[in-house]
Ligand binder design. Structure first.
Ligand SMILES: Nc1nc2c(ncn2[C@@H]2O[C@H](COP(=O)(O)OP(=O)(O)OP(=O)(O)O)[C@@H](O)[C@H]2O)c(=O)[nH]1
Ligand SMILES: [Mg+2]
Ligand SMILES: [Zn+2]
Length: 304
C-alpha cells in the first residue's frame, strides 16, 4: 500500500473483514481496501470506522473503530465467545428441511439472541421440499408454531417461488440484519431472491454429506435497494453457545419466567428440584419436551 500522506479522516463502514485488512464503504458509496493496525483492534463486518482514504489508489488505513451498538457472537468448541458481526438489529435464523437442522439449533440461536438483546426472525426456507421431506417438515412446523406463539416472528420462504419474498423484504427494511444458519440452507439464495442481480455464489449441496458446500467464505454486508443492510455469513454446521451462567441460559428460554414464579426455590435450575413450575409446565404438555431438552442439554454442557 502506498503511503497516505495528506488525506482527510472520514467515516466508513466495514463491508467484509479479513485478518489484517478489509473492504470498507465510504459515505459516498465508494469501496476501498482498508489496512488495519493491530493496536486499534480488529474491525468486524458492520463496524463503523474512521479511516484515512487515498481515493486515487482506492486504499485506506484504519484510524479508529467507532462504538458498536450491538454485536453477534458464537461459541467455539471450548465455549469461548467469538464476535461475528457488529451493529446489527436483527438475527435472521434460516433453517430448511434439507439439510435438516441439528437438534435444538433454533433454541441455541435464540439463547444467543436473547442474551445479546437482539431481535430474532425465524425463516423456514425451502418450503418446496415439504412434500418430499414430510416428517422433518412436520417437526419443524410444530417447532415454528410454538416459537411463534412465544412472540417470535416467523416467515416461510422458497427460493423456487416468490413465496414469502415480500414478507422477508418487508422484515429487512430499515434494519441491519444478519442471515445465519447451516451451510446449504439457502442464505445466499434468499439474498439473491430479494435482491436480484446480486452475484452470490450458490452451489448444489453435496448429497453425500448433507452438509453442503461452504459457498460463502466471508461475512459480507450488502445494501438493500430500498433501505436496510443485510449481512450474509458463511454457514456453520453447528452453532455453539459460549459459556454462560444458568441464569443467563434461562433468559434465553423466554417462556420459563412465567412458570419459574411457581418454583419453590428462587435459584431453581428446573432439573432435580421439587415443586418446580417449569417441570409442571413440561408435565402438563405446555412446554414441549424438545424445548426443555434443549435447555437441560445446554445446562449440562456449561456445568461440565
Ligand atoms: N429446493 C430449494 N433449494 C434451494 C432453496 N434455496 C436455496 N436452495 C439451494 O440450496 C443450495 C444452497 O444454497 P445457498 O444459498 O448457497 O446456501 P447458503 O446457506 O448460503 O450456504 P453457505 O454459503 O454454505 O452457508 C443451492 O443449491 C440452492 O440452489 C429453496 O428454497 N428450495
Ligand atoms: Mg452462502
Ligand atoms: Zn424450577
Amino acid at each position: 500500500m502506498s503511503d497516505i500522506i495528506q488525506a482527510d479522516i472520514i467515516q466508513a463502514q466495514v463491508i467484509t473483514s479479513y485478518g489484517s485488512h478489509g473492504v470498507v464503504r465510504t459515505e459516498n458509496g465508494e469501496l476501498l481496501e482498508c489496512r488495519y493496525r493491530r493496536q486499534l483492534g480488529r474491525p468486524l463486518c458492520g463496524d463503523n470506522i474512521l479511516i484515512k482514504a487515498d481515493y486515487q489508489v482506492k486504499q485506506a488505513s484504519l484510524e479508529k473503530i467507532l462504538p458498536r451498538h450491538s454485536c453477534f457472537y458464537r461459541g467455539d468448541a471450548r465455549q469461548r465467545k467469538h464476535a461475528v458481526a457488529a451493529n446489527l438489529d436483527q438475527i435472521v435464523i434460516v433453517v430448511c428441511p434439507y439439510p435438516s437442522p441439528p437438534s435444538h439449533l433454533l433454541d441455541r440461536y435464540l439463547v444467543a439472541v436473547e442474551n445479546l438483546n437482539l431481535k430474532a426472525l425465524l425463516v423456514f426456507n425451502k418450503t418446496d421440499l415439504k412434500a418430499t421431506q414430510p416428517e422433518i417438515s412436520e417437526r419443524m412446523q410444530i417447532q415454528f408454531d410454538y416459537l411463534h406463539s412465544l412472540g417470535y416472528p416467523v416467515i416461510q420462504t422458497s427460493c423456487k417461488s416468490p413465496a414469502g419474498a415480500d414478507s422477508l423484504e418487508a422484515a429487512l427494511n430499515d434494519k441491519c440484519s444478519i442471515l445465519v444458519g447451516q451451510s446449504g440452507v439457502g442464505k445466499s439464495s434468499l439474498i439473491n431472491t430479494i435482491f436480484p442481480g446480486r452475484e452470490l455464489q450458490t452451489r448444489t449441496i453435496s448429497n453425500a454429506t448433507q452438509k453442503g458446500k461452504h459457498t460463502t467464505t466471508a461475512t459480507t454486508l450488502y445494501f438493500l435497494p430500498e433501505s436496510g443492510q443485510i449481512i450474509d455469513s458463511p454457514g456453520v454446521w453447528e452453532f455453539g453457545l459460549w459459556s454462560m451462567s444458568a441464569r443467563e441460559l434461562q433468559q434465553g428460554f423466554i417462556e420459563f419466567e412465567q412458570w419459574a414464579a411457581d418454583c419453590k426455590f428462587s435459584n431453581c435450575l428446573h432439573t432435580h428440584e421439587p415443586d418446580c413450575g417449569v417441570k409442571d409446565a413440561l408435565d402438563a404438555g405446555i412446554l414441549p419436551k424438545s424445548r426443555y431438552l434443549a435447555y437441560t442439554q445446554a445446562l449440562s454442557m456449561f456445568s461440565e
